[in-house]
Design a protein around this ligand. Structure first.
Ligand code: ZN
Ligand code: ZN
Ligand code: ZN
Length: 413
């Protein structure tokens, strides 16, 4: 049997591609001919669906023909799902950084967004004595793009459109409610319990929305810079409030911050519901971003590792649904209106502005603040970050910390 993909009518540099999901019995072998050398062609067993495909920038306008040939050595069977080809268009692909585009051939067929006017032709030719059968394929919806795409069950490691969630031996079976279970959209009572689990977003959305788009220009140097800034803000807040959050909480309440918050959230991740057997399994999230000077206190949110790294420094209203926000307001005691806003911690800003002499004369002169990395002084990055917080403040908008920093520095000379 052959599946022939014909692509034509493209301009030089257009992203073009082809792809198909297919299943075959063990006696059937297959080859791909034509198109880019870089392509996806999985070799899963007969309990799983395979995927074949690629996408690449057209080197010129000449038509492209790719053929998938399936050969049965003995009597065998083949099933195909959604064969397609043509010009690939998606807003994320248009302005993606070049390094994100290098391995796009690994994202066919799931990222083949074939434009309406750019669709190619697919011709399927079966042997004359072939008969047709139906084979079910399990489709899972993506949390972001909403598309239903094939996944393999029971052999979950044979990944197609979604990556696994819990791969390490000690984490299996995946206990994360929304990752570890597939619910039938037509019959909610029918649930497949998975072993490895699948990500909520398809591989395309994970690559372009979850990992890349939050911060398109993120480099490892910037990650280090972010880490340094976080530590500096934690340090500054501890000074302004007179002690680390843990110490202050213990002093005020006589109990442990982490234990109390963990219990308040029912010993589970607030976002996905994963059980967190001990406080050490949880990640305490500031709820409101540290980048806006909100300290870690009794209003913190309990998250699992993956939800915490997904939320990062985003404001709750940029991350949770309105229903989730309402629930979060109830648990944390933060008024719903406050949770819905992305405003800085005015109290911390007021405390800082009251102690400018200390801030410039002591805090910024500490050893860790005078350190230089990649030509940037840690303290200067802190001033810049604080200026951004001030710019969003209602009460202290007029304050120019950067100018004050420059003024004091030139005075000293
Ligand atoms: Zn998606
Ligand atoms: Zn999991
Ligand atoms: Zn979670």
């Amino acid at each position: 049997m052959t599946v022939t993909f014909s692509i034509a009518g493209h301009a030089k540099g257009d992203l073009i591609g082809y792809g198909v999901w297919f299943w075959r019995t063990a006696a059937v072998t297959y080859t791909l001919q034509g198109g880019s050398d870089k392509r996806t062609l999985t070799e899963y067993g007969d309990a799983s669906w395979n995927k074949a495909g690629s996408m690449w920038p057209a080197p010129d306008t000449s038509p492209v023909e790719v053929t998938l040939t399936l050969t049965a050595k003995a009597k065998g069977a083949v099933a195909l799902y959604a064969p397609m080809c043509g010009r690939v268009q998606h807003k994320y692909l248009d302005d993606a950084r070049p390094e994100l585009m290098r391995n796009m051939y690994q994202f066919a067929p799931e990222a083949l967004f074939i434009s309406e006017d750019g669709a190619g032709e697919v011709v399927i030719e079966a042997a004359e004595d072939a008969s047709s059968t139906d084979l079910p394929v399990i489709l899972k919806s993506c949390n972001r793009c909403g598309r239903f795409l094939p996944v393999n069950v029971p052999v979950e490691r044979d990944q197609l459109s979604f990556s696994n969630h819990c791969v390490a031996d000690h984490r299996r079976p995946c206990k994360h409610a929304t990752f570890g279970r597939l619910r039938n959209v037509e019959d909610a009572k029918e649930v497949l319990q998975l072993d490895y689990g699948y990500q909520l977003e398809c591989r395309f959305c994970k690559k372009f929305e979850v990992n890349a788009a939050h911060n398109p220009q993120r480099t490892s140097a910037q990650m280090k810079e972010d880490g340094a800034r976080r530590r500096a803000f934690e340090l500054l807040l501890a000074e302004l409030y007179g002690g680390t959050p843990q110490l202050r909480y213990r002093h005020e309440k006589g109990t442990e911050l982490a234990d109390d918050v963990w219990k308040r959230f029912g010993c589970a991740c607030f976002n996905c519901g994963a059980k967190l057997p001990t406080p050490r399994d949880m990640h305490l999230d500031h709820t409101r971003p540290l980048a806006l000077l909100w300290p870690l206190d009794g209003t913190a949110t309990v998250l699992c590792g993956s939800c915490n790294s997904e939320k990062r420094d985003r404001a709750p209203s940029d991350f949770y649904t309105p229903a989730k926000l309402a629930a979060l307001a109830k648990i944390t005691g933060i008024p719903p209106d406050d949770l819905a806003k992305t405003h800085p911690n005015e109290e911390a800003l007021a405390l800082l502005l009251r102690r400018l002499d200390w801030f410039f004369g002591e805090f910024l002169l500490r050893e860790e603040m005078t350190k230089e990395r990649d030509g940037k002084i840690a303290g200067e990055l802190v001033v810049k970050a604080l200026q951004k917080v001030l710019a969003r403040s209602g009460q202290h908008k007029g304050m120019n910390l950067q100018a004050e920093y420059d003024r004091r520095r030139t005075q000293k000379r």
